[in-house]
Write a protein that binds this ligand. Sequence first.
Ligand code: UD1
Ligand code: MG
Length: 480
Amino acid sequence: MNVVILAAGQGKRMRSDLPKVLHPLAGKALLGHVLDAAREIGAEKICVVYGHGGEQVRSALDAPDIAWALQEPQLGTGHAVLQAMPAVACPRSQHTRDSASRRASGIPGTQSASAPTASSTLVLYGDVPLIRASTLQRLIEAAGTGSLALLTAHLDNPQGYGRIVRVDGAVKRIVEEKDADDAERAIHEINTGILVAPTAALARWLPNLGKRNAQGEYYLTDIVALAVAEGMPVVTAHPDEPWETEGINSKAQLATLERVHQRTIAGQLMEAGVTLSDPARIDVRGELVCGRDVTIDVNCVFEGRVELADRVVIGANCVLKNCRIGSGTRIAPFCHIEDAVIGADGIIGPYARLRPGTELGRDVHVGNFVEVKNSSIADHSKANHLAYLGDATIGSRVNIGAGTITCNYDGANKFRTVIEDDAFIGSDTQLVAPVTVGRGATLGAGTTLSRDAPPDQLTVSRAKQVSIPGWKRPVKKKKG
Ligand code: UD1
Ligand code: MG
């Protein structure tokens, strides 16, 4: 199966400098979703037809299994697929890996674009992101080997779409809205645009398309009448869900499909046993893997790959990106966690920020307004209030007092702080790295530690407390 993805359209109605197919849906480019669907059905060759300004598209999504065909100017969907034919019909033009394997297996490769293989080609749109592999599979099965298969739908309001014209039930042609007469406009079966055709037939038909129509474009849809004229069967299949074939032309449509997609993901999570306080208020922009009895409160955003082990509870308004949370850990509301690994039975937040390189052991507490970066905190340690722990290695059963700061940066270089097991760090302490607090050491409140603190002793650096009798506060001088 070859797949051609049409992505040359400019997307003017997005009113954006970003090419339309690069706009993200669930954190992934629209075209990325379509590429995933193509890969899921086991596409052999994928050719993306891109257009003006499309270099950005190419560099964002290039991969070894993609061939790129430039369509400039854009003269219609038929002209667009024609640009992809050298890539899908000729193994040597773009797919050297493929032709090499053909040679190795003794299968003769084709010599030019005009001698295509006996494969089929599936046409997808780069701005129709939610098409599902199961629907495509059904379309491919309907096509068999020698038929043209169209994905069609019956819509209450078919306005704007090409209409499927049938005679005695058999598909005869597709007429575009702008070319249709009143009777044709009354047809409710529409062309979604997605189709499967024998590659050889496409290569034969496409160069012969005309453009004598209302839009002066080379219509891909005209191949239907050509197939009928040749006596090739034209069959149809339908999407499981209406939103699968909806295209995106505006920010409003993008937002609508984003919600549809998020609702689908929420449904899958609940199906798997996850408790969602409100399935309409969760955003998964990547992969969220949950154990048993996970609970997620409202307005949480999950990005990249996030793993929540059994019984994890995520409070409202948390953002979690590329992290693993151990079983039984509770993340209180308003936490931001990125590239971090958190052990079991912890209590995090509210208002904690765990930055990249954070590793927390078992039963670790990180409280409000605590920032942790590139640091490990071992089992049963606590940093419950107002701290910055950067580039630190912290042992077990350590207590970090409120206002503790690791001074890890001298303006040019970063240094580590080591705090050994059972240390107690008094409030408002600065640890000027590199520095080590020995096992069981206590730092008095307000200490600025610039040399190592020995184990099991109290280290205090603040000045001795004095009281000055008779001292008066300054008073404001009268002017003039
Ligand atoms: C097309 C179909 C119509 C169908 C509708 C479904 C044709 C002639 N008409 O109409 O029957 O109901 O889609 O949405 O095929 N594109 C290119 N190069 C071009 C023109 C388009 O790459 O020269 C791409 C666009 O980026 C888009 C897709 O092809 O992804 C469809 O183009 P669009 O202009 O939206 O097609 P319609 O006129 O709406
Ligand atoms: Mg159009």
